[in-house]
Write a protein that binds this ligand. Sequence first.
Ligand code: FDA
Length: 490
Amino acid sequence: TTEENRPIIIIGSGYGGAVAALRLCEAGKKVCMLEMGLNWAKSGISFSKMQKPGKSAAWLKKQSIAPFFNLFSLEPFTGALDRLDFKDIKIWVGRGVGGGSLVNGGMAVLPKRDYFEEIFPNLDSKLFFDKYFPKAQQELKVNVAREEFLNDCKFYKFNKVGEAEARKAGFKTIRVPNVYDFDYMEKEYRNEVPRSALDGEVIYGNNHGKNSLDKTYLKKAVATGNLEILDLHSVQNIKNENEGYCLEVHLIDTSGQIVAKKLMNCQQLILAAGTMGTLELLLKSHAENGLQLNEEVGKHWGNNGNFMTGRNWVKAFSGGLGFQHSTIPVGGIDNWDDPKHTFFAELAPLPMGMNVATALYLMINKVDQPGSVSFDASTKKLVLDWSRKNTSKMEVNAKFFLRKMNKVNGGTRSHMLFHNGLGYDVCYHPLGGVVLGKATTEFGQLKNHKNLFVLDGSLIPASIGVNPFLTITALVEYCMENLLKEKAFG
Ligand code: FDA
């Protein structure tokens, strides 16, 4: 075991970590970022397509881990997509430099202002909507597809049909902004550049087109000369020593074997390992090293109301949803103003290379019953207090939605995709557990720890009502601006 020292360490290179890194580096601080996944951009290894899962398809698994159709066996590799399996919920996360931005659908959605105020009653929503959200949109390179393109492009037939069906059933549809570069996509369509979204690339990574964090925040942070990124560095636990922290770190190879062990000391620590990673490190370090935690840590956890569902026999005899789907979603159903059935639903692609006449939806609901997270010292595993009862209201919404859609448009609940057509256990958006202003100060400093900050999805209590990365980015921009103003980093 070797020992190393750094002034500031950030654990995790997703949205929270990337924003924190850029703002610290710009302020002249030297920052070391530890990421358990691979630096894909540097490695030269390409991402695999959905129809042909390869190296990037799964984090050290022998079989692919997509939400369905996992017929593919794999050679274990430090892939970009991981799935954490609990009894009544499966949670997908990104692994690698860029975190979730490598594998997500790129949807950059502003939360509803009323709901933002309900979730964060102590934040100045005007300041967020005037300043931090626009700043996040600009840095993340958010853009919107041209309507003419969406109308003409055969890869968006699934969206066109989906929107028409939804409107016919009386729902409101909306256009959803994205970080995928739609100018690039139009060039893909014209065959001027290599195809990515139009060639089945997304949850195992995009080789082109998507402005993931390695192309935005992290690129800018590296350009300052102040950021050191160490990939394949998996932090095992945290020990509080004097005023600083000592991390036990495993350096792994791409087959997951430990090749070296390090102790890394820092004066200041930023935890940005994503909701599940941050909770695991905090709760495990509390159990094993006596890291002091306040009683709010682990509370107000939720799945952001994620509930997947689908319909079969969608326009089966009149062309279905098209043979080829772009992997990047652009449309949604906004039923948020209905007090009885409050939800947002993404019209998700099903890029299988054939016309299966099946529509897939990722619903986002309110979380009326948040769960909690703890650590079992005997099994050394996180325990989620979360069961089907936590998703029962979401299930009512899903059934309502399917009934309404099928009645007007035809089609059946998709038993092909999910048991009974109800994907209650699919979660892409774990949130909460280290809530801003509860487990932390108003700017993300963990209570009773002068030098430990939590800056990621765990700050949001259980749900935000839309896909969350834009909100995570804006929140961390806000926290970092104030922490730097307070001279929290010297
Ligand atoms: P994030 O999870 O991004 O990053 C954490 C990083 O820390 C990871 O790289 C991880 O490997 C690393 N790490 C964890 N533990 C560690 C340890 N012990 N040591 C070292 N490193 C460690 N959202 C959205 O807004 N729009 C969308 O379209 C989608 N679509 C979508 C699709 C899919 C398939 C998934 C899985 C997720 C989405 N999301 C999404 C969700 C979004 O990607 C997610 O909310 C954010 O990435 C969370 O950002 P964080 O900064 O919290 O952590």
